[in-house]
Design a protein around this ligand. Structure first.
Ligand SMILES: N[C@@H](CCC(=O)N[C@@H](CS)C(=O)NCC(=O)O)C(=O)O
Length: 208
């Protein structure tokens, strides 16, 4: 398996999941603007939509949506509990949370804020929506340790990235103490700390 990731992008969640599951997957970095991989390949030949995460399966097929990549990775090591068993109500709660994060938070809010092409009014609307989404997540997390169920799942890996971005775009995180405590707990997990350190270093080098 090979994961195509871009430093500190949404694909960090898949990178965390690979480490959390202990999967033998190679991580290849991509410059998503130039559409080139760091080992010199045309990324559009690998993932026609040109975005990360992309996961090349051992049979050569590509998965190119975070929600499917995360669940595929989790299902390679079911004993790690990174996604509940298929067919259980808990699995649908996980899918529900992944869709919420992908559509409402990632694409609905962070995409307009972070992209250079969005018009100013779309950026302002997204900035105004961010505290409301954080309010919702703070309330939904409540006193729980994890966002869905009682153990770490791929949803927590994805939310870790969203909360990293929230601080990066200037959200006043102290307004959401449960999310801050949750974020700090996640940051201490070896898989999260390792993937974050590797990607953050690459992110800083690219920005320099
Ligand atoms: N629909 C995809 C979107 C993934 C996505 O937006 N990836 C961003 C990084 S966070 C990207 O690669 N953007 C570069 C581009 O769209 O050209 C998903 O939910 O995984």
């Amino acid at each position: 398996m090979e994961l195509y990731s871009s430093p500190m992008a949404c694909s960090l969640a898949s990178h965390i999941t690979i480490l959390e599951a202990g999967l033998p997957a190679k991580v290849t970095y991509v410059d998503t603007k130039a559409k080139r991989t760091d080992d010199g390949k045309d990324f559009l030949q690998i993932a026609p939509n040109g975005y990360v995460p992309a996961l090349r399966l051992d049979n050569g097929e590509i998965l190119n949506e975070g929600g499917s990549v995360l669940q595929y990775l989790a299902d390679q090591k079911p004993e790690r509990g990174l996604a509940p068993k298929w067919g259980t109500p808990a699995r649908y709660q996980l899918i529900d949370a992944l869709h919420y994060i992908a559509t409402e938070v990632h694409k609905g809010i962070f995409h307009p804020i972070l992209t250079t092409d969005a018009p100013a009014d779309a950026k302002a609307e997204a900035q105004a929506a961010l505290p409301k989404a954080l309010d919702y997540m703070e309330k939904r997390l409540g006193k729980n340790q994890y966002f869905v169920g009682d153990t770490f799942t791929v949803v927590d890996a994805y939310l870790f990235v969203m909360l990293t971005w929230a601080a990066y775009v200037g959200a006043d995180m102290k307004r959401w103490p449960a999310l801050v405590a949750y974020y700090e707990r996640l940051r201490q997990r070896p898989s999260v700390a390792k993937a974050f350190a590797e990607e953050f270093e690459r992110f800083q080098k690219r920005a320099a």
